[in-house]
Design a protein around this ligand. Structure first.
Ligand SMILES: NC(=O)c1ccc[n+]([C@@H]2O[C@H](COP(=O)([O-])OP(=O)(O)OC[C@H]3O[C@@H](n4cnc5c(N)ncnc54)[C@H](OP(=O)(O)O)[C@@H]3O)[C@@H](O)[C@H]2O)c1
Length: 240
């Protein structure tokens, strides 16, 4: 062996081919829970996921209100109080008003342990000039959820949807992309796949949870657009 042989580097291992970002898991068997599912946004999401064939449980602070809302939707949707909904679900969407966000999550820490949590809460204020983004100590509603739920896998998505369109049974397709944020690729893939269960929708990865603030805040801009054009504006991310 010559001295030059001994300094030769071994060949670099072949790189694994990059994963196709649209190669998403099959999520059809997951149970989707919606906390605050008696409200407009939660009801709309519950209806759309149930229509897509997902098992859905609606949560409420009062189980009878949840059961009533579930019966109104039909499609096999069930209702329970928020804690039972969390325990029975694989994926739990948080659809309560910002004012009740921290208190709701604090109380459900154990019920939500190990669950994939999807926060769609937009911390907004309203005054004579319209909607505006509130400052959140943790950075965003989603980061507040992550701080309050150390044993859950927190993601953020579904902020920009119109609850009116979601609930409108005459609307067959929801023409929008859903920005999905989170710190674990496996988790954001699941949420992207869930979004794609709704006809017309795509779930598009939009960064880590620390970038949730501007996604939540953007709803103030969409509300302004809706008011000017009397519309239900939504977003498309182009070239992906
Ligand atoms: N509406 C939209 O178009 C839309 C779109 C995207 C995102 N979002 C977000 O989704 C969330 C829900 O919006 P929404 O319009 O559906 O709100 P909502 O109708 O005012 O409230 C949803 C449900 O949350 C429960 N709730 C009310 N106050 C609560 C409190 N202090 N603590 C815990 N639970 C409470 C109520 O259910 P029970 O009384 O049955 O418990 C209510 O039915 C908001 O954070 C919003 O930013 C809304």
């Amino acid at each position: 062996m010559t001295s030059s042989d001994s300094t030769q580097k071994p060949p670099a291992p072949a790189k694994a081919p990059a994963k196709d970002p649209w190669d998403l898991p099959d999520v059809s068997g997951l149970v989707v829970g919606v906390l605050g599912g008696t409200g407009d946004q939660g009801r709309g999401l519950a209806y759309r996921f149930a229509k897509a064939g997902q098992k859905v449980v609606i949560g409420s602070r009062a189980a009878d209100r949840a059961r009533q809302a579930a019966a109104e939707i039909g499609l096999g949707v069930e209702g329970a109080d928020n804690a039972e909904t969390a325990r029975r679900s694989d994926v739990v969407i948080i659809a309560v008003p910002w004012e009740g966000h921290a208190k709701t999550l604090e109380a459900l820490r154990e019920d939500l342990a190990g669950k994939l949590v999807v926060d769609c809460v937009n911390p907004l204020g309203f005054d004579k000039q319209g909607a505006y983004a509130l400052r959140v100590e943790e950075g965003s509603a989603a980061q507040q959820a992550a701080a309050l739920l150390p044993d859950s896998r927190v993601t953020a998505a579904f902020h920009h949807l119109s609850a009116v369109l979601l609930q409108d049974e005459s609307v067959a397709e929801i023409d929008t992309d859903v920005m999905v944020l989170g710190d674990s690729r496996a988790d954001t893939d699941v949420v992207q796949a869930l979004a794609a269960r709704i006809p017309g929708m795509r779930g598009v990865f939009a960064g880590r949870l620390r970038n949730a603030h501007q996604v939540e805040a953007l709803v103030a801009n969409l509300i302004s657009t809706n008011r000017r054009y009397k519309a239900h504006a939504a977003l498309r991310v182009t070239d992906v």
